[in-house]
Design a protein around this ligand. Sequence first.
Ligand code: SAH
Length: 385
Amino acid sequence: MSRAKYEPQPSLYDLTLAELEAWLAARGLPKYRARQIFGWAYGQLVAEYDAMTNLPATLRATLAAELPFAPYPAVREVAIAEPEGETIKTLFATPDERHVEAVLMFYPDRATACISCQVGCPIRCTFCATGLGGLERNLTTGEMVAQVVTLARRARTAGRALTNVVMMGMGEPLANYEPSLKMIGILNEPAGLGFGARRVTVSTAGIVPNIDRLTDEPVQVNLAVSLHAPTDELRSALVPLNRRWPVAELLAACRRYSERTHRRVTFEYILIKELNDAPELAAELVRRLAGTLCHVNLIPCNPTAAGPFQSPSGATIDRFAGILRIGGIATTVRWSRGVAIAAACGQLRAEHETQTGRPRLAGARTARRVPVVAPTPAVAAPVGA
Ligand code: SAH
């Protein structure tokens, strides 16, 4: 199959309830079938139309032909038991032979799906395995919804309900804005998964105009921002996007978000040994975040093939966290799940593609033809250009 010409076929998971009603109406079929289909697909989590026993066989056949279910199969699953609960990583293969990852994490009180929104990522953070090859393509709404449904089904098999979705897998959700927001709308649909938007977290490297857009959306989600450094010099070295939207602009957008929504912003701060873990940087972070309704999540860096980045010692992490807490910033340390199964940050894909012989940089060549940020009214030019 030609990779360049691939256009994903719409699947059931691409459609909102209203769109499915219109799809049915255009075929002279009753609208109420849409709710029945949503109930089966998202309530019962069935994986085929033939399981929808109250639909006429002819309708099931039409649906199967025109709106297939899964846009892609799960090709590999790895699981590891961790102290708080199991972590299950799933690798999906798209019809155009690309790979994306999603991770299901069980905690005593919740089950979280960490999903991908792009194949690869345009942001190219220096410490990140996904950023290495650049952006291959955006995922469609259906391809994102399919990850959630697959993990919800997997959770159900384990006797658990999926409670949270975090967009912290591969890709930058605010660079694939409309499909990501549409996915959130579909998860939100009461006739389907009924997933309160407050249980969905969008994590961004800091595309300021689209943070503002998100702030104005009627559907409210949790916002997480990958900060990683309090100064422009250091942040630009870690997150190239910072040259376009520096720390002060980013933090101003975060304040606009929390003032409008009255919600806390989560700042993710990867702690990298001898790079951004100094006490002075913690003190600077306190100064810059003062007065912002926020919470800081310190993430000890996972070593990747991306470079010589390592986690600081436990003592250094504690010292950094302590300075933030004394400074009045709510702080937690989040140890990445799934490190032992290469579940962190694009690592399973990298490992799988190395093992199956897929050239790692093939996508990077294609990537140059894809706009780094999908054109939106707010952001029309490539990031970091
Ligand atoms: N593009 C978005 C979401 C995907 S990355 C963003 O930047 O927020 C999700 C989180 O994983 C980010 O905070 C990212 O910085 C982090 N991450 C990437 N590489 C990592 C590594 N090697 N160790 C720990 N966290 C990493």
